[in-house]
Ligand binder design. Structure first.
Ligand SMILES: [Zn+2]
Length: 127
């Protein structure tokens, strides 16, 4: 995620090519961050055809975004009351707020700079 590497083939997605993100229905028409790393366009096309999870989700409302850039966020987790975990998000390198409890970096999130489109509208030229 931090080095713009494709989650399928692990090679870098060149900055002159879109980084494709695939997410479930809650991401339609939203700017919610995603925890799944980006993909090359051809790797996304392959995954949407053969991955059982994505094929099943394809029918139930997957969305994709083709972003030239994305904002990275860090999701931190802290112990909460009653053995719960509390998550909070901040920009990489941003110091914790004074009120934040000690936390661990759980994972990175991305906010693509492109709109989400239903994955069933995946252009035929991407196959
Ligand atoms: Zn790839």
């Amino acid at each position: 995620m931090t080095r713009r590497r494709c989650q399928l083939c692990s090679r870098a997605v060149p900055t002159d090519q879109p980084a494709v993100f695939v997410a479930g229905r809650p991401h339609h028409a939203s700017t919610r961050p995603v925890s799944e790393p980006p993909l090359h366009r051809h790797c996304a096309a392959y995954a949407l055809r053969v991955c059982p999870h994505l094929v099943a989700g394809h029918r139930s409302g997957l969305a994709h975004a083709e972003a030239t850039q994305y904002v990275l966020l860090e999701e931190h987790v802290s112990p909460g009351p009653d053995n719960t975990l509390v998550t909070h998000t901040r920009l990489p390198g941003e110091p914790p707020r004074p009120t934040d409890p000690p936390s661990a970096l759980q994972h990175y999130l991305a906010v693509p700079d492109a709109p989400w489109t239903p994955a069933d509208h995946w252009p035929a030229t991407h196959h």
